[in-house]
Write a protein that binds this ligand. Structure first.
Ligand SMILES: [Mg+2]
Length: 276
């Protein structure tokens, strides 16, 4: 049996939580497609485990076989046993932090009093997440942190964003090699999926490293213009931009995923047409 690995971002890719309209039949068709034994489903998201569970319940999503969570810093396998974190992924990315634990790195960075540790469920073995008051000069703070980390031989990415609603800055400290692209490559290698048997779908900036890579990828039609512009620089052989008009659907969210999966995998196109 030919096997396929379908990797998808959640927010505004599989989950229709954007402003664009949703095609009514798309999610049901998506569920039927991924329920087939040939398909291995992986969610690839910035969400942590509890927020993925929440999304599955709230939007009635199918349970995946794998979840690449916390922007690529953790990989879980899901099954009748529940969620099992892949220790081998942690071993792979641990050298970036010199093998230091979350607690050891936290203590090392505690010289910066502006860093306020986020709640426990937002932390990961290799994800250290802080709040920073918006009145702080976050740029200068990140520069100082960067210097201290480099001097200690720690290879980290500092990912800065602002929670507009809560009015607070968010700073994630991740191993430099913990990202969506590297995690997908690790999953492909471990589970024996080649490029032609893999498709990724996404919509936004933190999906770009995968969308612009050699992994066959789909940009859903509801992606914003800036990401569409950047994606145009990508490899046309490996990137498909959904535009709608597939089986009467509009190409947004799961409709775009289906359109792209059918583009790369003729077998999937046949299955989807047989559903009608
Ligand atoms: Mg998204």
């Amino acid at each position: 049996m030919k096997k396929f690995l379908l990797c998808t971002d959640l927010d505004r890719t599989l989950i229709p939580n954007g402003v664009q309209p949703v095609s009514p039949l798309a999610m049901e068709r998506f569920k039927q497609m991924v329920s087939r034994a040939e398909i291995t489903l992986a969610y690839v998201t910035g969400r942590h485990q509890a927020l993925i569970e929440q999304a599955i319940a709230q939007f009635d999503l199918p349970r995946p076989d794998f979840a690449i969570a916390d922007v690529g810093s953790s990989i879980y396998q899901l099954g009748s046993f529940g969620w099992r974190q892949w220790d081998e992924w942690d071993r792979q990315i641990a050298p970036d932090w010199r093998g230091w634990s979350h607690g050891e790195l936290y203590r090392f960075l505690s010289v910066f009093p502006a860093l306020q540790l986020q709640e426990k469920e937002k932390q990961g073995r290799h994800k250290l997440s802080f709040y920073i008051p918006l009145e702080m000069d976050a740029h200068a703070l990140r520069l100082e942190m960067g210097v201290r980390l480099v001097q200690a031989g720690i290879k980290a990415n500092l990912i800065w964003s602002i929670d507009e609603e809560a009015g607070v800055g968010l700073l994630d400290v991740l191993p430099v090699s913990a990202n969506k692209l590297h995690a997908i490559r690790f999953l492909m290698q471990r589970e024996g999926f080649r490029h032609e048997n893999t498709v990724f779908s996404g919509d936004s900036g933190n999906d770009l490293d995968v969308l612009l890579s050699d992994i066959p990828s789909v940009l859903v039609a509801n992606a914003d213009a800036e990401v569409k512009g950047r994606a145009a620089e990508g490899n046309p052989q490996a990137l498909y931009v959904a535009s709608g008009n597939y089986l009467g659907m509009n190409g947004n969210y799961s409709a775009g995923i289906l359109e792209g999966a059918a583009h790369f995998w003729p077998e999937v196109n046949v299955w989807l047409r047989e559903l009608d």
